[in-house]
Design a binder for this molecule. Structure first.
Ligand SMILES: [Zn+2]
Length: 748
């Protein structure tokens, strides 16, 4: 062996060893602990960096030959890149196998799909750069860098102009969409796009061949290379067209073709599923316009902007068309919103409208407060949206924040309004805390300083006071509130989980849980239970064991009971809200088996753990149904079996007020206000078991009366609700709903 060859081999050995060590270290980080998309991205970026020296030097070795062949240089450069990537992935996989419970195979397919085509494209680009700048490595490197920058620029421009949440770059890899969608899948979009990367690789190699042939003396004919380039570019175009038509690389036009419905007013342009009933679509448009008007007034934007909303029919379809399944998102600079449809309208629409209208306050290329244009101050963005929402659940944002403070989980305010701090906290804590903080500041100091900060003035300067002082006041305000025991239980369940970054093998467990739900949905109980158990073994989370019990409760009650007991044992004294849910499921098992006293005992135990209001009402109704013969007809219906119509008919006739309450609520939920109104009125005339029932009955009655055009009756019900309610969130919701119930076009 010659000296130079030995040196080269030693260099490679050192390089691969260093990368294996780096991979090993990286696998100690959350989300990188098992091979998957994240590791694929690291390997892709590694290839983009390493391709510059490898490709250019491979070209340099090739150029002095009589007939220099770009393909040979490309092969040498890509072999080197693949070796480096393999070392990195091997090091990471070793740590996964040795020190984690995660499976090596779960996400491994992502690694080649994300990393390999990037390596090949980078090798082709650097080979071309080497051939374009023979004998001048620096110039070659600059050419290569220009290629990478052009690729990134195109990707960002497409993301900026287009409707989707994903970013796809032939060199730098793939951003699949919002980070809160936990279970990633290797879908057709990714595969189609990577096919496109291979076509681009071929086109770059064709150009390199063309350059090489032209440089010969005398210059050769380059027909073969030209045909190759044309074919490759044709493939690139064909993939684009195909992706647009299947929706995997959707344009606004293809999204509209899939959704099929559209309704436009002066403030909202709604794109909705074509099968949505006209009355529902009109109500959606009215709600949207009212929200845009209210939010614009609160933010001092006049005239209000036109907000464009795409309402998707399912998680799967939304993920295919715009890249984010469950996560709703807005592009504030375009005032474009993508949400999932729901029976009573998309629940997050108002939140997203704040982002869209806020775009006009923030200005700039992204329509959000950001440092250096791209480091988004997410705490300000999300905090303002939460602050201007109408409470959706049982508690106001201040109540949530106070309970979070009691748990010692409230993030410091200074971290919330800096780009990295917001995302380092679990989403529930970050959203909840910044929402309460901004709402407090708006209430205390008016909207003006918050809007100044939103428009880009540094926080402390916008308020004329240091953030620590503002935080001190906020904490004092929270400290003066009281925390009912139900709130403490709910806050523990909502804020304790550590989020995506804190879960073991997060992507794998999320994937297993998603598959378990799909299996259960398809009626394959045993398979679902096995998947839940697998997820539980990795996550150590008793909630997964509860899933296994739920999957088996119809087919194998004994096995279900065993899974529930295991879950309860694993819970110990913690997590009362999960405990309550499991006790309810165990009560259901006893009730199905005909042991009513045992069922009632479990329901009472579950109620004693102070569950949230919907569960409290359901448990109370179940206890009433197992103990009062006047409600016996509700049994099969509450257990999700038997003929619902028949059960609801006899409930409607029941002398226990809970009977007409249940039948009336069911009628209201299926959009039949005329049937619901007299039933709810009769329920309210009697003695319902608790405030929770009265509030719920009044709110359903008011909404039903408003839909039928009985505005005075609706207002009366909402005012009574305000008097009866023991929760501030219910009162706020009632006031807001009453203000919205005005003469509706189309209503009698
Ligand atoms: Zn948001």
């Amino acid at each position: 062996m010659t000296d130079s060859r030995t040196r080269r081999l030693a260099g490679w050995a050192a390089g691969t060893g260093a990368l294996a060590a780096l991979g090993f270290r990286l696998a100690g980080l959350p989300l990188l602990e098992a091979p998957g998309w994240e590791l694929g991205m690291v390997a892709a970026l590694l290839a983009v960096v390493a391709a510059a020296p490898l490709g250019i030097s491979a070209a340099r070795q090739e150029l002095p030959r009589g007939r220099p062949a770009p393909l040979r240089a490309f092969a040498r450069a890509s072999a080197g890149l693949l070796l480096l990537q393999a070392a990195l992935v091997g090091g990471a996989a070793a740590r996964t196998a040795l020190f984690t419970p995660c499976s090596l195979s779960h996400g491994i397919a992502f690694v080649p799909a994300v990393a390999l085509p990037s390596a090949l494209a980078a090798a082709a680009l650097s080979t071309l750069a080497g051939f374009l700048a023979p004998g001048r490595p620096l110039r070659g490197a600059l050419l290569y860098l220009a290629g990478v920058v052009a690729s990134l620029g195109t990707t960002l421009l497409e993301g900026w102009l287009g409707p989707s949440s994903y970013l796809l770059d032939h060199l730098l890899g793939i951003w699949p969409g919002p980070i809160y969608d936990e279970a990633l899948s290797l879908d057709r979009r990714l595969l189609l796009f990577r096919l496109g990367s291979l076509a681009w690789t071929a086109a770059l190699l064709g150009v390199a061949q063309l350059v090489a042939v032209r440089r010969r003396t005398p210059p050769g004919r380059a027909r073969g290379a030209a045909i190759g380039i044309a074919l490759a570019l044709f493939t690139v175009g064909a993939i684009r067209l195909m992706g647009a038509s299947t929706g995997d690389l959707a344009t606004r036009g293809s999204i509209d073709r899939v959704l099929g419905g559209r309704l436009t007013g002066p403030l909202c342009d709604i794109h909705h599923p074509r099968e949505k009933p006209a009355a529902e679509a009109e109500r959606l448009l009215r709600d949207c316009q009212a929200d845009v008007a209210e939010v614009s007034a609160a933010l001092g934007i006049s005239p209000p902007p036109l907000v464009k909303v795409w309402v998707h029919r399912s998680v799967e379809e939304k993920r295919r068309l715009v890249g984010a399944g469950r996560t709703e998102f807005t592009k504030p600079w375009l005032a474009e919103i993508q949400v999932l449809d729901a029976a009573s309208g998309p629940p997050a629409l108002r939140h997203e409208i704040v982002h869209a209208v806020g775009g006009a306050v923030a200005g700039g290329p992204l329509g959000v407060p950001a440092r250096a244009f791209v480091l988004v101050d997410a705490g300000l963005v999300e905090g303002l949206a939460v602050a201007l929402e109408v409470p959706r659940g049982e508690w106001t944002s201040h109540e949530w924040a106070r309970a979070m403070k009691d748990l010692g989980l409230l993030p410091p305010a200074a971290r919330l309004v800096e780009p990295a701090g917001f995302f380092s906290a679990p989403a529930a804590r970050a959203y909840g805390a910044s929402g309460s903080f901004l709402e407090y500041l708006i209430e205390k100091r008016g909207a003006a300083p918050v809007l100044r900060a939103y428009a880009g003035t540094p926080f402390a300067e916008a308020f004329g006071r240091p953030i620590s002082e503002l935080e001190h006041d906020w904490h004092a305000f929270l400290g003066a509130m009281t925390v009912p025991p139900e709130l403490a239980v709910a806050a523990e369940a909502r804020f304790r989980p550590a989020g995506l970054l804190g879960r073991r093998c997060a992507r794998e467990t999320a994937g297993l849980e998603a598959r378990a739900q799909a299996s259960a949905h398809a009626g394959r109980g045993r398979e679902a239970a096995a998947l839940w158990r697998r997820a539980g073994r990795i996550s150590g989370d008793p909630a997964d064991l509860r899933g296994a019990g739920d999957a088996l409760r119809l087919s194998d009650p004994a096995a279900a009971e065993a899974a529930y007991s295991e879950a309860l044992a694993a819970l110990g004294a913690g997590r009362p809200s999960l405990r309550s849910a499991i006790l309810e499921s165990r009560g259901d098992l006893r009730w199905r088996a005909g042991d009513e006293p045992a069922a009632a005992a479990r329901y009472r135990e579950a109620l004693g753990l102070l569950p949230d209001r919907p569960r409290e009402r359901l448990l109370t109704a179940k206890i009433a149904a197992v103990t009062d013969p006047a409600l016996a007809a509700a049994g099969p219906w509450l257990l999700g079996k038997g003929d619902a119509q028949e059960a609801l008919r006899s409930l409607a006739a029941s002398e226990n007020p809970l009977g007409p309450y249940l039948a009336g609520r069911a009628a209201a939920a299926r959009g039949d206000p005329a049937t619901a109104i007299p039933l709810l009125e009769r329920a309210l005339a009697g003695a319902l078991p608790s405030t929770a029932f009265r509030v719920e009955a009044l709110s359903s009655l008011a909404a039903a009366r408003c839909t039928t055009g009985d505005l005075a009756g609706a207002r009366a019900a909402w005012s009574e609700l305000e008097r009866a309610a023991d929760r501030e969130a219910d009162r706020e919701r009632a006031r807001h709903a009453a203000s919205r119930c005005t003469v509706e076009p189309g209503a009698r």
